[in-house]
Design a protein around this ligand. Structure first.
Ligand code: COA
Length: 145
């Protein structure tokens, strides 16, 4: 039952893709997720419990700006601060890399994630109209670290 949060390794990428596709309504293909990992592995962390990968966070960076490209916790493990721990560890890694601004997009319909991010100190910047392939708008969030 011990929860372990650690940086993701090459051998974890299959599980991360699986978790991502199962928990996030996403446009990202497995190949894109693997590519993201290869370029930004230092910002990929996972949560492991009972020898199972139960959550992950995927950070990326560009032009000294950080981005949360994906975060998910398996449904039966939610509400236990695992998401909070994953977000904190990737934020601390950004700080160590001297990256002090983080952005992320979330579907306007994803109320749970919106509340989660707002509780973690993310501020709404703007709405990105028809950001997703099904025409749904995204809310752009920012946090200064
Ligand atoms: C968003 C997500 C990652 C949050 O993960 P989580 O592990 O449930 O996050 P936390 O446990 O840290 O916080 C969730 C809530 O549980 C509450 N909580 C945390 N620890 C708790 C505890 N010990 N007891 C009771 N409640 C607790 C938090 O206060 C928080 O409440 P809030 O929703 O009002 O903010 C998760 O809901 C998820 O995977 N969603 C599907 C994927 C998704 O939408 N991802 C984001 C878009 S990319």
């Amino acid at each position: 039952m011990t929860l372990i949060i650690r940086r993701a390794k090459d051998s974890d990428i299959g599980d991360i893709v699986h978790l991502w596709k199962r928990n996030i309504v996403t446009n990202n293909t497995p190949a894109e997720i693997k590519q993201m990992f290869q370029s930004h592995s230092k910002y990929f962390y996972l949560a492991k419990e009972d020898n199972l990968i139960v959550g992950f966070v995927a950070g990326t960076s560009k032009w000294r700006l950080g981005r949360i490209s994906g975060i998910a916790v398996e449904e039966e493990y939610r509400g236990r601060s695992i998401g909070n721990k994953l977000l904190n560890i990737v934020e601390n890694t950004f700080i160590k890399e001297d990256i002090n601004e983080i952005y992320l997009e979330v579907r306007v319909s994803n109320h749970k994630a919106i509340r989660f991010y707002e509780n973690q100190g993310y501020k709404q910047i703007k709405i990105k109209k028809a950001y997703y392939s099904n025409g749904e708008d995204a809310v752009l969030y920012k946090k200064e670290l």
